[in-house]
Design a protein. Structure first.
Length: 217
């Protein structure tokens, strides 16, 4: 497909706030190899990953993923803010997320968190835990309606449980990664969420799937 066709296929709706999650998984459901998602990557997955960022207003990600994956800030012609969700004071100002960026990140946390002083915009969303509904509302209030959720599995699971995820871009890597890796969504047991298959692309042996929550439109 051409880049223009991909942008049209993976684009966000214009009339509402929309959260799209982006994940890569092995055929047997592993979300990482040796603790990092990079081990499941491919050129096709990388292209969709970068496209997701290009089309979004903001990246939303959990603090654990920032630390494990070594996140850096945005340095594109149109800087994309990174919104990090954390309930603990695990973020420090010397992280590349804060030191290697063209735009200050956003830190979404709660009153109970003991956060150090950070070079970021801090949003307080909740008391003892982060209220993810408030978090999404606060991002939208800043004009950040197209939200690209990049993980990790616990944040994704919590967002699904709150009914806040509208779409899922899932790359299925053609490998079996037997082990104790997490699945893409982790958390409390909830009733299954029905999805519709919006598109299927193939790049050699890699599958690129798009799903939408059935009641999203």
């Amino acid at each position: 497909m051409t880049d223009t066709a991909l942008e049209s296929l993976y684009g966000y709706p214009d009339d509402r706030t929309w959260v799209t999650a982006n994940f890569v998984s092995s055929v047997d459901g592993a979300v990482s190899v040796d603790g990092r998602s990079e081990g499941l990557g491919s050129p096709a997955d990388r292209k969709i990953y970068l496209l997701g960022r290009e089309l979004a207003d903001v990246v939303m990600v959990g603090a654990a993923t920032v630390l494990i994956e070594g996140y850096r800030g945005a340095k594109r012609a149109r800087p994309l803010p990174i919104a990090v969700v954390t309930t603990r004071g695990s973020l420090t100002p010397d992280l590349p997320l804060f030191t290697d960026t063209a735009v200050p990140p956003i830190v979404i946390t709660c009153e109970a968190a003991r956060m150090p002083s950070l070079p970021a915009e801090v949003i307080i969303a909740g008391d003892a835990e982060v209220d993810l509904g408030v978090a999404v509302t606060e991002l939208a209030a800043r004009g950040l309606h197209r939200i690209n959720l990049e993980g990790g599995p616990r944040l994704f699971g919590s967002m699904v449980a709150r009914g806040l995820v509208d779409g899922l871009n899932l790359t299925v890597a053609p490998v079996l990664a037997v082990g104790d890796s997490s699945r893409i969504a982790h958390g409390s047991v909830i009733p299954p969420v029905d999805l519709t298959l919006a598109s299927v692309l193939r790049a050699d042996d890699v599958l690129l799937l798009r799903y939408q929550r059935r009641n999203s439109s």
